[in-house]
Design a protein around this ligand. Sequence first.
Ligand SMILES: *Cc1c(COP(=O)(O)O)cnc(C)c1O
Length: 502
Amino acid sequence: MKKRDATTPRQAPLNLPAEEFRRVGHALVDRLAEFFISLPERPVTRGESPVTTRTHLGSAALPATGMAADELLAEATQLVCDQSLHNGHPRFWGYITSSAAPIGALGDLLAAAVNPNVGAWQLAPIASEIEGQTVRWIAEMIGYPTDCGGLMVSGGNAANFVGFLAARKAKADWDLRRAGLYGEPRRLALYASKETHTWLQKIADLAGIGTDAIRWVDTNRVQQMEPSHLEELIAGDRKAGHLPFLVVAGAGTVSTGAVDPLAEIAAIARQHEIWFHVDGAYGAPAAVLPEWAEAFRGLEQADSIALDPHKWLYSPLEAGCALVRDPQRLRDAFSFRPAYYEFEEAEAEAGANYYEYGPQNSRGFRALKVWLALRQVGRDGYVQMIRDDIALARRLHAAVEAHPELEAGTQHLSITTFRYVPPELRRSAGEANATLNELNRALVTRLQERGEVFVSNAVIDDRYLLRACIVNFRTTRRDIDALPDIVAREGRALHAQLRPRE
Ligand SMILES: *Cc1c(COP(=O)(O)O)cnc(C)c1O
């Protein structure tokens, strides 16, 4: 064995010498370029069971020794590319997961290679500034004041949590941080439409307020919050001695993409001194379109907004963004200054220490991939892509309306819902609703397993509907035009299978 002294270079097993990094990195990028080319030819998903999926990994114990990086990356690339559900596929329209911008993948590589810790400015000088610029640009894009506070978080749930917690701190007029909810006999109350995403129950639970504190506001026939019912509920709580503190409006609800009457809700919130939060996780980027300015009027009055770059800004996961009108509100809710952190932030020119603005301490450089995409295509690029997605969703709605075996449901933003109705049930669709629900539920499963197209579902007025959400810059008209006949073909086959024999 060679004798080691202080001058022998350290041989750490994880280090990749620069030449090897270059070689395996280039090979990986080459394979990924092929993967992008191959996407339209691949199934959207294999639809395999967990048990089958596990067989690709085997059950070996943790390896005691390692293997060569090039061989390992070649194998892992094939495994991940072949065994994944591809939300980057042009025919993926399930849930709200976008096709991710390729520049975002390169951005994540760059971010991970330099690896700044964006918890404190001193540890991440340029990354912190890029995050600040990203937040300002997102605000500017949707017409929100650019001197707002904000930060990148993991996604829509986390961004909404940040708004919720800032609201709770701002509206509790006792020492909430020290005494918690025990510091006050009055009960907190909050308001949201029935179409709100389940992040709300999660944070009501986690924050110790409890889900009973949520007052569910009725929606109208086009899935929007009813402001008159909101007022009634607030009045009831005031009378009962509770403390209304938060109203949550949707700017693109998760099921149907409905945009609540934001300006009306803002006025009610202001009148009652309630924090006005907008969940725009999915829909807020559409506010960049001039033709949608009227629908989003009132967004600019929000005390806080959640927006997911990993949805309609086409960023790779994970990227959420929380915006808060008054930056001090974030510090009020999240800043503790331990003795082991002596990061100064006094004057306005000082850099932001992001650990004081949100729940995380150490933080990755999530902003980079978003910032790169914003710069690669600019505002005009986003206007074009978002507008095209909406046009495709409307085209789909028109096609299902015209199709003899399909029934159109809702159409808001880039979400279209519809269902399969066998011709003999068409007249009696009302009475046959239970049968149709069962049939369409099975149809969603069948479509998802086949991997030819991918849609998810929505339940609206007790009707189980197929739901296509287009946040996908790879989708073409031809892809959309193929969907109605595929659904009808599979619906017919399934109906023949399920129908009781005569
Ligand atoms: C997707 C979504 C969420 C949750 O966002 P995640 O990024 O999945 O955490 C919350 N609200 C709305 C309206 C959404 O569309």
